[in-house]
Write a protein that binds this ligand. Sequence first.
Ligand code: ATP
Ligand code: MG
Length: 582
Amino acid sequence: MEKSTQKNGWKIYKRLIRIALRNNSTPVAIAIFGMVITAVSDPALSAIMKPILDGGFIQRDPNVISLLPFGLFAIFIIRSFGIFLTIYFMAKVGRSLVYRLREMMFKNLLDLPVSFYDKTSSGDIMSRISHNVELLSSVAARSLIILIRDTLTIVGLLVWMFYLSWELTLIFLLAAPFIVLLVSSLNKKFRSLTHDAQNSVGGIIHVAQEVIQGNKIVKIFKGYEKETFRFENTNDDNRKAHMNLALTEGINSAVIMLIVGSALSGIILVSTFDFILETITVGSFVSFMFAMFMILGPARGLASINARLQQGIAAGENVFELIDENKENDKGNINNLNIENNIVFENVSFLYPNNNSPVIKNINLEIKVGEFIALVGMSGCGKSTLVNLIPRLYNPSSGKIKIDNIDTMDLTLNALRKNMSYVGQDTILFNDTVKNNIIYGQNNIDESSIISALEKSYSLEFVNEMPNGINTIIGENGVLLSGGQRQRLAIARAFLKDSPVLIFDEATSSLDSVSEKCIQKALDELKIGKTTIIIAHRLSTVEKANNIVVMENGSIIESGNHDDLISKKDYYYKLYNSQLFK
Ligand SMILES: Nc1ncnc2c1ncn2[C@@H]1O[C@H](COP(=O)(O)OP(=O)(O)OP(=O)(O)O)[C@@H](O)[C@H]1O
Ligand SMILES: [Mg+2]
């Protein structure tokens, strides 16, 4: 994923606040109210020390002695109430922020182009959706608490201290510029360290996921050592990144504590001087010291706000990058396609974004309505790429593909794809029931159509043998099925969609001849009345095609029906014979 241009932390927070406030202004207001009353109770606690000592202990005033415990208790009641409001309502805002950000990321994920998935590791995306967003929300909530509650507490306590003894307060404040200097110098360091720490989570998920998905290969090819090593590396990167962060954070807090500590010692020293001793009562002095200690907690919070804000910005950059990633180009506005006309390729070339030379070179091809055309050619010559251009999984780099005489770029993706069924080279099935897999994306399908699709795809027999028939769950990507069974379910899915154009990218894995025949027969039936484009690896599949298009290295080198091409005794002839005598 490209680095965001939104380096500006403020922009990220402003955006986050906008999202957090949407539909949430009441909980935010209640939480802030809670923070304010908690913040006011701290100076009140410190203030009540003065009458307790001066009035209660020294002057032994009976009024003070009888009233103060209640006063103290009242302050604690208010404080508890404030704390509850803050925790509960901040959580409400934080959780709805996580919910909303996840929703935004997922929505965009559905609309991202295939090329995005080509270049991004799924571990990276997962870590943004699971980890970064949680971090962002908790950091944002904590920062808000620090900024409002702790800052108010500090201000309140300072005002009280100033009232008691401005001289001592000034000494205490001498430390402030040092803290500000230190904090701002550590700003940049934090952000880059936090980025490292967060990105390393993506690495961990990535390696774990590959081992999970490729567990058979790991077992058979004895990949234990290699994978352990790979995992150790990313796991260690993650540990180191977090330790670097902790080191910087630790030094930061420790140095701030030292500065505050020096100020405290300085104050005690100064207060023993006569000119101060004369101006301050015992109650005032204890109250002052009390306030100073109470200020340390919020001050520590305020000192760590920087680290937290930087963490939030780093996480926010990752989250918003995914939300802002460019969607699939869907600028066409024609919403109606009947496919009464041919599919025409006009000088179409295509270059994968990360490649140097085009994979599809200047293709001109006409696929007539209702025709059955076959694409053949050596592995890697660009067949799958070419058919992927028709439903616009990728867009041509130059040239046009027209259907019904309309440039597919002018159609909405929905109108275009509604008319296509696609059986890919790698069968994709979901961890769901047979039924839900084949009705995928369609509503109101009755049971009899499902049975008929299974029958026509030669799947009914094996599905009926499964423990729960069409309601059997088939495992992630259909792991509980054989390769041929998976393909036949993919064909059943295409049967149910029953669209005018059928694209079938034959799987390269070879099947036993019975399965192959089943698939062949299913396909023969499926393509009736449709414009069918088949990529064939077994040339026996294509003998009946109206047009066989032979590709080499991204270009069409021959085309015609089987007999024409055989009699030409050129590339196809050689390809055909090489398979015959295999
Ligand atoms: N997502 C991608 N990004 C970059 N290059 C790719 C991508 N997919 C395929 N290619 C390259 O494009 C070329 C054509 O690939 P394509 O999958 O179209 O071949 P194919 O004719 O379908 O091969 P096969 O018969 O093995 O399925 C290959 O050289 C491949 O390396
Ligand atoms: Mg292919």
